[in-house]
Design a protein around this ligand. Structure first.
Ligand code: URA
Length: 487
């Protein structure tokens, strides 16, 4: 039995080095024991005989491995899982692929399935961290404000998610403390540190009035599904979320509120407008929430493209729309007028929707709220927003989805699909398919109308009829959703 000592559970460099050696020497995965110094708060850095341990850098330099990039990338994500069995699973999978690259296509091989499971759980946890970290303003000794957050992830994802927060909150000084590693941003660089057992600051969730009001205003009792909520926002996160204090009460009220909402047509809208007596106490109305959101979007400086655009283009449509359509970003015309889908792509979209019975009840928006372009002479030519820009904007889309709570979403193009689903998808392989957002909302992925406008006439003739027909599916999904709500 060989024992390899890594520099910590996130020591991917050491793990990779050791793995190359082990695979080139043909060492069986079951003959290797992996030890990690811990970055967690518990003591007991070493629990085995340290003399028998080998550090990856003590091993002879291994030959390079000929592995598909996808395999290495997937292994790097699986490696962040907290389950000790990940080491052996990755070793087994990569050893097989190194012996014959064709094994990488054997997606049903048990070791590949195991690795995919780890990857899936790590990705989910990363998504949760992006959604559930809440910063608390804390003044330091000099009176400077810092934003501190406490989070308890299941896996070693802190370092991997930190760049996301650095981009989104580039102008703030913040730190995130977790038992599985901490990270600090001083405005210019990220600094990583070992985990801590408890938050090193007073976790006061009482000073969150505005956020709480916003959350309560976006809580739709008719769609409250406690099981799904618990799946999406697992109970273990609740204690650190200011809004979670409201959840048990909101769920208790949900039944009563749903009953009142079904009393008479139009009543929900009346109540939202505050015209009916006995309405549930809400601190801000959905319309106020929309105005707050739009203000925040207009002031957003989380990425550079806003500086060049004329204005932010916010979503448009009824706040109780059952369908939300998400495009990529405003185009030249949208940027000038300040409304989504009013240019050539919008004309094509509106034309395709004209016979759809739900078209009037659609909320139209974009993944990115500002127009990104480059100048060609006097013309402003569309430029695809980068992943960072889309990630910086995804908070606004998430808020819109929380506010509208559509029954289904149509994502037009890859940028929209990535922002809505929280992961990249290939349009040509997912076109016309229904996928699910992490919160369970069904998402239809379709080609962006601008892509159709750019196609050669023969190709467009071939593709467009199916694209138009795909919108018919939305009605079936709405019918099914209505049927199951009334069942
Ligand atoms: N393309 C989009 O994705 N959105 C718009 O609003 C216009 C064009």
């Amino acid at each position: 039995m060989l024992t390899i000592q890594l520099d910590g559970p996130t020591d991917w460099t050491g793990f990779r080095l050791a793995l190359r050696h082990l695979i080139s020497e043909g060492v069986e995965p079951s003959d290797v024991r992996w030890q990690t110094g811990t970055i967690e708060h518990q003591g007991g850095l070493f629990d085995a005989d340290t003399r028998a341990m080998i550090h990856p850098h003590e091993l002879p330099t291994p030959p390079a491995m000929n592995l598909p990039k996808g395999a290495v990338d997937m292994a790097a994500v699986a490696f962040l899982h907290a389950e000790p069995a990940r080491f052996t699973a990755i070793h087994t999978c990569l050893a097989r692929v190194a012996a014959d690259r064709r094994h990488w296509h054997d997606t049903l091989a048990p070791e590949r399935v195991a690795m995919e499971q780890f990857v899936k759980q790590v990705r989910r946890e990363k998504h949760k961290m992006k959604a559930f970290v809440r910063f608390h303003p804390v003044a330091d000794a000099l009176g400077n404000e810092r934003y501190l957050a406490w989070f308890e992830p299941d896996h070693y994802i802190v370092d991997a998610v930190a760049p996301f927060f650095a981009k989104r909150f580039a102008g703030m000084r913040w730190a995130i403390f977790t038992p599985k590693g901490c990270v600090e941003w001083d405005g210019t660089a990220l600094r990583h540190a070992p985990g801590c057992a408890s938050p090193p600051f007073a976790l006061d969730t009482t000073d969150s009035g505005e956020w709480l009001a916003y959350y309560e205003s976006t809580f739709n009792p008719a769609r409250a599904n406690p099981d799904q909520m618990r799946r999406e926002m697992p109970v273990r996160y609740w204690k650190n979320l200011p809004e979670a204090r409201s959840i048990p009460r909101l769920l208790n009220e949900a039944q009563a509120r749903t009953t009142t909402m079904t009393e008479a047509p139009g009543e929900a809208r009346e109540r939202r407008a505050g015209h009916l007596p006995g309405r549930p106490t809400r601190q801000i109305s959905p319309d106020d929430a929309r105005a707050t959101l739009e203000r925040a979007v207009r002031n957003c400086q989380d990425c550079p493209i806003g500086a060049a655009a004329t204005q932010a283009v916010c979503g448009e449509g009824p706040l109780d729309a059952p369908v939300m359509i998400v495009g990529e970003q405003p185009g030249d015309r949208e940027d000038l007028i300040g409304r989504p889908f009013v240019g050539p792509a919008g004309s094509l979209l509106r034309d395709a929707l004209q016979h759809q019975p739900w078209a009037q009840h659609t909320y139209l928006t974009n993944a990115v709220k500002h127009f990104k372009y480059e100048m060609r002479g006097k013309r402003r030519l569309h430029k695809t927003p980068g992943q960072r820009e889309a990630a910086a904007c995804s908070q606004w889309l998430d808020h819109e989805i929380a506010l509208v709570q559509p029954r289904c979403i149509v994502a037009l193009g890859a940028t929209a699909a990535r922002s809505v689903l929280g992961q990249s998808v290939r349009i040509h392989t997912t076109e016309g398919q229904w996928l699910a957002r992490p919160d369970g909302t069904p998402v239809l992925v379709l080609t962006h109308p601008s892509a159709l406008l750019r196609m050669a006439p023969e190709q467009r003739e071939r593709v467009e009829p199916a694209w138009r027909a795909a919108f018919d599916q939305v009605r079936h999904v709405l019918d099914n959703a209505a049927a199951s709500e009334h069942a």
